[in-house]
Write a protein that binds this ligand. Structure first.
Ligand SMILES: Cc1cc2nc3c(=O)[nH]c(=O)nc-3n(C[C@H](O)[C@H](O)[C@H](O)COP(=O)(O)OP(=O)(O)OC[C@H]3O[C@@H](n4cnc5c(N)ncnc54)[C@H](O)[C@@H]3O)c2cc1C
Length: 503
């Protein structure tokens, strides 16, 4: 029986393990699969728990339905009835400008307006700033022949001006990537805007055209098939339902597969950190084998190996196998961030909370970078008469925030919430979760780096890398990357397919 080891039990590793078993089940192939996870639980950054009737998310609170991998997997796991959409009421968000929450103009899409009138009326931008943004309608396309790759900041300044960058693009994109827009690669993160410029010349023109499409007008994204959903989805019992169900299926599939006579087995081992890897017979003349040593001193052997780890953790393990690959992996820096859940009595919050939350531009000089009104965004997050808020702290632009003590962080967040939402009262309780080096930074040159890394990986038999460091940090990206790695692994176990397919 072929042995497959997956290292890392976050959503990526779980999705990879599940796909390997699914594929083997479909083809009647035998496989012995082991997933090794360093901590005492699976799920990685995906983490939900209940307290006093509140449902708290420490990591992701939703996923985007436009990218099909997460929705499709949820369906295959039988979780479709557990999916919940964002609330119908208050489907809007705010941006902080001069210490006040201002609604993001209707039709505004991260960087540029798709509807003119709400943009013209908005008090987020000055008249000068609006005039500069409108110049996008007449500015020529960039001549990309031989031109250097642009950062998000360079692109936005060129097409829409500095105000658009400082007051909107930075906090909006910063919220997603917790990144410095001066370094962030537009091509690796938001290639859609480059395509818009290429096809339509003007972003505003392209977005206006898009906003007239029925799907965007209704504010929903089309799934791959079947029902149409809101742009963001979660689960009734929180995001951890997804990873718990995956883990249950991976362990459960063992029995189902065995009952079918295929004899494949999946097992998950927590509290099992891997500390060293070695590849024997890499030239392929004899069967190449991976040796995996855990911190407990055990040794496992595998015919195929998937690393579903943060880039720096992959680099540490691969240093002795392929130095060049390890150096490339080390070049992907990761920003740290924290989430602070705050439970309140509704009556203690003077603000109407008539939106899903707000983002805070760096130029506003605040401690929080964003805040979600969690119990407004999704139902079932707080009991009656109570409200759950969730603040984000840190990221690439404010790394020092993570050095503060919990008490100091809480004081700063409460200070911001008093100024921005008028909350004087103390929260019923708070829960802080720090995420050290959790968000990979897709700097200019990222896609070239990923291509170089893939070339190195292709030269190492039976190895696949997956995770949020390569082709997107969102949950659907991680799932797609884990499943693609699994497909590669299964193909590598098939004798007739000797070379690795490129991803
Ligand atoms: C605060 C926050 C909010 C987010 N919100 C959203 C959101 O709303 N929507 C969305 O789509 N995305 C969101 N993301 C991004 C998304 O959650 C992550 O990109 C994704 O969960 C990463 O999953 P992963 O499995 O690749 O990595 P991880 O979850 O980091 O899992 C890696 C696992 O590997 C284990 N490990 C590490 N080293 C070893 C070793 N040597 N041996 C064995 N195991 C090891 C770790 O313990 C960990 O469990 C958010 C991220 C953060 C930090």
């Amino acid at each position: 029986m072929k042995r497959v080891v997956i290292i890392g039990g976050g959503i990526t590793g779980l999705a990879a393990a599940h796909r390997v078993l699914e594929r083997c089940h479909e083809s009647g192939r035998q496989v012995d699969l082991t997933l090794l996870e360093a901590s005492g639980r699976v799920g990685g950054i995906v983490q939900t728990h209940e307290r006093d009737g509140f449902l708290l998310e420490s990591g992701p609170d939703s996923f985007i339905s436009e990218k099909p991998a997460a929705l499709e997997l949820a369906r295959r796991l039988g979780l479709e009835t557990n999916l919940i959409e964002t609330s119908d009421n208050h489907r809007r968000s705010f941006v902080v400008r001069r210490g006040r929450l201002r609604p993001v103009p209707r039709g505004f899409h991260l960087l540029a307006p798709g509807e003119l009138w709400p943009f013209v009326k908005s008090d987020i931008f000055s008249w000068r700033g609006k005039a500069r943004m409108a110049m996008d309608l007449v500015l020529p396309r960039r001549n990309t022949n031989g031109a250097a790759e642009e950062s998000l900041a360079d692109f936005v300044r060129r097409r829409l001006g500095s105000e658009a960058l400082e007051r909107m693009a930075q906090p909006m994109i910063g919220g997603i990537y917790t990144a410095d827009p001066e370094k962030l690669s537009l091509r690796a993160t938001m290639p859609r805007f480059l395509e818009m410029e290429h096809e339509h010349r003007s972003l505003i023109r392209a977005l206006r055209k898009q906003s007239r499409s029925p799907i965007v007008r209704e504010g929903v994204a089309a799934g791959t098939s079947g029902a149409r959903y809101s742009l963001f989805l979660s689960f009734d019992r929180g995001m951890q339902l997804f990873t718990d169900k995956l883990a249950e299926r991976i362990s459960g599939l063992k029995f189902k597969l065995m009952a079918d006579g295929a004899q494949s087995a999946g097992s998950i081992r927590v509290n099992t950190a891997v500390e060293a890897l070695a590849l024997e017979n890499p030239d392929g003349r004899m069967q190449p084998t991976w040796t995996i040593r855990t911190r407990r001193g055990e040794t496992l052997a595998a015919d195929a190996l998937c690393l579903a780890l943060p880039a720096y953790a992959c680099a540490e393990l691969l240093g002795t196998v392929d130095e060049q690959l390890a150096t490339e992996l080390d070049g992907i820096s990761c920003a740290s961030s924290a989430t602070l859940n705050l439970a309140y009595k509704r009556d203690d919050i003077p603000h109407p909370l008539d939106g899903f939350g707000f983002v805070v531009p760096f130029i506003e000089n605040r401690s929080i970078i964003a805040c979600t009104f969690s119990s407004v965004k999704f139902t079932g997050r707080a009991p009656g008469g109570r409200v759950l808020l969730r603040s984000f702290i840190g990221g690439a632009l404010q790394p020092k925030m993570l050095d503060l003590t919990e008490a100091a962080l809480l004081a700063r967040v409460r200070n911001d919430l008093r100024d921005l939402l008028g909350i004087e009262a103390a929260p019923l309780f708070t829960e802080l979760q720090k995420w050290d080096r959790s968000m990979p930074q897709y700097h200019v040159g990222h896609l070239d780096r990923v291509r170089r890394m893939q070339e190195r990986v292709n030269s190492l038999p039976g190895l696949a890398l997956a995770g949020n460091a390569f082709s997107g940090p969102g949950l659907p990206d991680c799932i797609r990357s884990g499943e693609a790695a699994a497909d590669e692994i299964v193909a590598s176990l098939t004798p007739s397919i000797s070379s690795k397919p490129s991803r």
